[in-house]
Design a protein around this ligand. Structure first.
Ligand SMILES: Cc1cc2nc3c(=O)[nH]c(=O)nc-3n(C[C@H](O)[C@H](O)[C@H](O)COP(=O)(O)OP(=O)(O)OC[C@H]3O[C@@H](n4cnc5c(N)ncnc54)[C@H](O)[C@@H]3O)c2cc1C
Length: 454
């Protein structure tokens, strides 16, 4: 145990819970402080009438291994489910249009589907094709995704396909989003092959024998809901302090709201992004905490299957140009069949950030009615069996241009604080596997520091 015995974790979201697990595995006595009255943070699974309702994240990218490894260590791997896929749609120019076959993250990689699609004009298609001959855009310093993609593929492809697909992941806008911190793989591809189209094409995996490409989804989840993961991590905590807000962190000391000071061998900060600055009092932490964050509202609506127009696929994104208040609609019962009982349908819609501030204080009924009205402009649905509204206030950190530098400065400043480490969505990725990975690394650093200091 390298002389370490008492660890404090601050924040009980997936990052903090994973940190508790790794600390416990290393033999520590773990105390976890959580400001709210529940663990899980953004992960929240609710069960109703046979539906599994994911109010926050619903799955994670299978490609990144740390979370799957953790799930396997916890013995939950038998419950892993892979998302279903199918035709993807974009709502643009007043109707749902199929995404051209072979598009990967909005980048076209096949010639004929791109030629035949009605998503773009001939001019737009020609402009996208210039990607094959244009010089590199990224020149070593951070730029926005908007600048990068417009220069490579032109405005039409960006506005009708890339923006609706990618902006939803961070609940932001492409002109704010740093390419270095959000999708650095596009820089790597451009450096290697210059053309994005050729680079993405070379990365498309060959079709596996016996698997129809459209059935092999890229996302994993748990059949009983992600809440099961949080509960499986709970026994790693020796002392769980719910409803306990930490107000300051100093080397080896945690200060609670009532003024109590508690001492630890190591402290892991796994709070929401805005909490870092006030807790640490470091200018570099304040800088990170003050970066833009966005709020979002999601509405889950359950239906009889017969009351939802039957379409092949798992949902659609909505181009900004349509002026609809929604940015996307997931057909959860198609993407994740375990989430709805037979003959039922479950839709989840995302309300766009421009409409969110006014709606945040409205009642659930008002929000659900508004969302259904917008939804019915796009697809036919009957009267829902029930709806569930979830507000995510100020929670999604925006990785703006320059984000990497702020994180580097923050991590350098942190290295001067003995026995304190930070992890979570504000640093190296907002996805669940990124959060778990950062928790694992933070705990490992604490162990190493301790080993050196004894
Ligand atoms: C609507 C939505 C959908 C998403 N979908 C996906 C998805 O499908 N797949 C995916 O990979 N990612 C998804 N994400 C992103 C992912 O869910 C988050 O990045 C991740 O859950 C963040 O986990 P966390 O533990 O770092 O933070 P949080 O879950 O925010 O937990 C932080 C915890 O710290 C507590 N806390 C804060 N300050 C203090 C304090 N001073 N003292 C004590 N406790 C404190 C908070 O109460 C909170 O419980 C989604 C996010 C949202 C909002």
């Amino acid at each position: 145990m390298n002389g370490l015995n008492k660890i404090a974790i601050i924040g009980g979201g997936v990052t903090g819970m994973a940190a508790a697990y790794y600390a416990k595995q290393a033999g520590a006595h773990v105390t976890l402080y959580e400001a709210s009255d529940r663990i899980g943070g953004k992960i929240k699974t609710v069960y109703r009438d046979g539906f599994v309702l994911e109010c926050g994240p619903d799955g994670y990218m299978a490609r990144k291994p740390t979370l799957t490894e953790l799930i396997t260590e916890l013995g939950l791997d038998d419950d892993l489910v892979r998302s279903k896929t199918g035709t993807s749609y974009i709502y643009v120019r007043n109707r749902l249009r199929q995404m051209p076959d072979g598009s990967v993250m909005g980048i076209p990689t096949k010639f004929w589907p791109m030629v035949k699609t009605d998503l773009f004009t001939w001019r737009g298609k020609f402009r996208a094709g210039l990607d094959l001959v244009l010089p590199r855009v990224y020149a070593g310093s951070d730029i926005s995704l908007d600048t990068f993609f417009r220069a490579r593929l032109g405005s039409e492809v960006v506005e009708a396909m890339i923006e609706p697909l990618l902006s939803g992941i961070y609940n932001g806008t492409l002109d704010d989003m740093s390419i270095e911190s959000t999708f650095p793989q596009f820089i790597t591809i451009e450096q290697k092959t210059r053309s994005l189209i050729l680079g993405m094409k070379s990365l498309t995996p060959p079709v596996q024998a016996g698997v129809k490409p459209r059935e092999a989804g890229k996302f994993l989840s748990l059949g009983q809901g992600l809440g099961v993961l949080v509960e499986a991590l709970r026994p790693s905590i020796d002392r769980l302090c719910l409803g306990t807000r930490v107000t300051a962190v100093r080397p080896h000391e945690v200060v609670l709201e009532d003024g109590t000071v508690e001492s630890f061998d190591g402290i892991v900060l796994a709070t929401s992004p805005h909490a870092l600055g006030p807790l640490l009092g470091l200018p570099e932490a304040e800088r990170l905490s003050s970066l833009k964050r966005t709020s979002s509202i999601t509405v889950l609506a359950a239906f009889e299957a017969a009351d939802v127009a039957a379409l092949d696929g798992t949902g659609y994104v909505i181009a900004k140009s349509e002026g609809n208040a929604l940015t996307a609609c997931s057909w959860m019962h198609k993407k994740w069949p375990h989430m709805a009982p037979e003959n039922k349908a479950l839709l989840r819609v995302y309300i766009g950030s421009a409409f969110v501030p006014d709606l945040l204080t409205a009642s659930d009924d008002v929000i659900a009615d508004f969302a259904l009205r917008e939804l019915r402009k796009i697809q036919d649905v009957g009267t829902p069996l029930f709806t569930r509204v979830e507000r995510h206030v100020d929670t999604m950190p925006q990785y703006e241009v320059g984000h990497k530098q702020y994180v580097r400065a923050f991590e350098e400043a942190m290295s001067t604080l003995d026995g304190v480490e930070a992890c979570g969505a504000i640093l190296h990725g907002v996805g669940l596997p990124d959060c778990v990975d950062s928790a694992k690394q933070a705990v490992s650093r604490i162990m190493t520091e301790q080993a050196v200091s004894v």
